[in-house]
Every structure is written in C-alpha cells, then in structure tokens.
Design a protein around this ligand. Sequence first.
Ligand SMILES: Cc1ncc(C[n+]2csc(CCOP(=O)(O)OP(=O)(O)O)c2C)c(N)n1
Length: 375
Amino acid sequence: MIDPKFFVDTLGSYGIDFFAGVPDSLLKNMCAYISDNLDDRHNIITANEGGAIGLAAGYHLATGKIGCVYMQNSGEGNIINPLASLTDKDVYGIPVLLLIGWRGRPGVHDEPQHVKQGKVTISLLETMGVGYSILSKDEDIAGKQVSDAIAHMQATHEVYALIIEKDTFMAYTLQNVIKNELTLSREEAIQTVASALGDRDVIVSTTGMISRELFEYRAGKGEGHERDFLTVGSMGHASQIALGIALEKPDRRIWCFDGDGAAIMHMGSMAIVASKAPKNYIHVVFNNGAHDSVGGQPTVGLNIDLPAVAKAVGYPNTFSVDNAANLDAVLDKVKHLQGPTFVEVKVKKGNRKDLGRPTTTPIQNKEALMAFLKD
Ligand SMILES: Cc1ncc(C[n+]2csc(CCOP(=O)(O)OP(=O)(O)O)c2C)c(N)n1
C-alpha cells in the first residue's frame, strides 16, 4: 500500500500542491492527509466534481501550474461537461490531474449503485480522450506512474487520470477533527421525522447513511419499505425526485430527506422546488456539516444559513432546529402548513457502527413505491 504522505510529497515534488474535489471513501486516507497538511486555499472541498474542475482550471490560468481533482467515480458524470467544453485540447487545453476512486470495479463486490459506474469508469475516460493509469499499490511503481502522468500533461496540456482501487492508501487518521457542539444524532432525528408521517406520505431519501438509517428504522418497526424511495446513488437529486412525485400526487405529502452535502451539491434545485410551489412538499435537510457517509470530511453546511437560502429562493416556510423537543414542535406545525416547507435539522456527526444496508434491491424498492403510489 502507498503511504498518503509519500503520494502527496511525490505530487509536490512536481509542483502539484493544489487539490479540489468531493471526498470518497476509497480516498479517505489521502484526503485526511491533505486536510491536515495543506491550508484551506490549497485543499478545497467543492459543491460537486464539475466545480472542482472549474477551480483547477482557474488555478492553472492564474499560476500556470497543474491542479489535482479528487473524486469517487460516481462524480465522473458531473465532470463530463467541463472535460468536454473547458479542459479539452479542442477547447482551452488545460491540464488537470484526476484521482478517481474506483467503486464497483468489475469482479469486486459493491453496492448496486456502484455496479454500472464501476463498469464504465475506464470507458468514459477513453471516450473523453483522457489518458489514465491504475495506480499501483507499490510506491516505486506509483512514483513512476506519477512522473509519467506529469510528463504527459506537460507535453499535451491534457487531463490525466490516476484510478484508485480499494486499499491503495495506507491508513491515516485525521488530526484536525472539526467538532461541533450538536447533540442530536442523525439517526434519532430521522426516526423522529419518519414516525411523524401520515399513512399516505412518501419519503425520498438521499444517498448514503440517511437512506440506510431510514431503511433500518422501517425494518426495526417491522414495516415495509414501500413508502420510501431510497436514492442510493444520484447524489444531490433526491429533492427533484421528490418534486416529480409531489407535482403528480398533490393529495399526498412528499418528504425529501436530504443531507447537507447532497443539498449543496445541486443547490440550484431548491429554487426549482420553490418555483413550482408544491403545497405538499417538505424538504428536511439533516445538516451535520460533513460528508459523513464517506469519512466525515467537512462541507460548508454549518457555516451557511440553509433556511435563509430556502427562504430567498421562495420556500414560504423555513425552520431550523437542533434538538428533539424543537423538532417535535416543528413537525406538529409543518403538518398544518401549505408547502413547500424547509426544515434544517442540525445533527452531530457519526453513525452507529453496526448500521446495515438495504436488503431489498433498487428495482424492488421502485416497484413497491410505485404500487403504493397507485392506491
Ligand atoms: C456525484 C457523487 N459524488 C460523490 C459521491 C460519494 N458520496 C456518497 S455519500 C456522500 C456524502 C453525503 O454527504 P451528506 O449529503 O452531507 O450526507 P451525510 O453522509 O453527511 O449524512 C458522498 C460524497 C456520490 N455518491 N456521488
């Protein structure tokens, strides 16, 4: 395995000292190392992966240097447009080094949302004309791969990708842990909101632990999962899935259970929810200020006023709570309000260590929900 320090020092020896991206569990140790060792101008956690390409391009324009963009392979979709229309040699020809965590690599068991993306990770790069290599777990070979990547980018002004498999980086424990004083757990908050729902209400929950905790809540109560659409992939789009349902099913209340990372990833979607003014729509953001599901790396969630954003784009009702009593009071109120309503629930980081994963398949989940919506 590669020591994250060795890898980051090797990049540094070629002048790469600017990083931007969205964290991934496979890159957790490397991301932790850079957050401890680079200042916050040289490591920027972006709203989405496309934004990271934009930042690295701006950095190159200002310095002539090559920036590094890290992401899970699910972020490839978010970078296709800036790859095709910004960095490509047919447009501006801006080199960027990509580090792409390879979830769902064929032959390695992974969750359903990673299977397709794992299969097309390499072919998408090939289609986009991006050179790549799969980073070796041997430091000597990896060092040579980095040097070849730099030479390629310098000669061609093209983007180059290093593909990162599971267990490539040695463990590194983040030293600068940002603590918050919040006491309510996300799981408890999810249980509180889910138990306040009416019988015909539907939840669309976001990627990661939020959907897993909701799934376990139903399982624990011996309930079915037909009222919940567990958006296992497609990070940042749960609010629009919920909107699509809400507009067609005005006689049901539709709840979106969002994360701060996901809501911020495609924050413009909030404006579209508000502009459609669905009276039956309730957007709950469980805000822990972190990408908890992939290692707890910080988001800007707790530094910004999300309810003020919701208000500004046109949600008529907005709330923020950070404890169980206030959450109960807001949930009582929300039922009598005409939406769209926005509820921020500030929660602490972390999850139960024995948290399971959905045991139903995405297709089973879809079919059960569609049957439920027909009644
Ligand atoms: C486009 C895309 N980029 C990155 C990921 C990897 N990923 C999965 S969950 C997650 C963090 C979600 O954070 P948040 O919405 O704040 O919820 P939390 O995990 O904190 O509950 C990330 C980055 C992804 N699934 N899709």
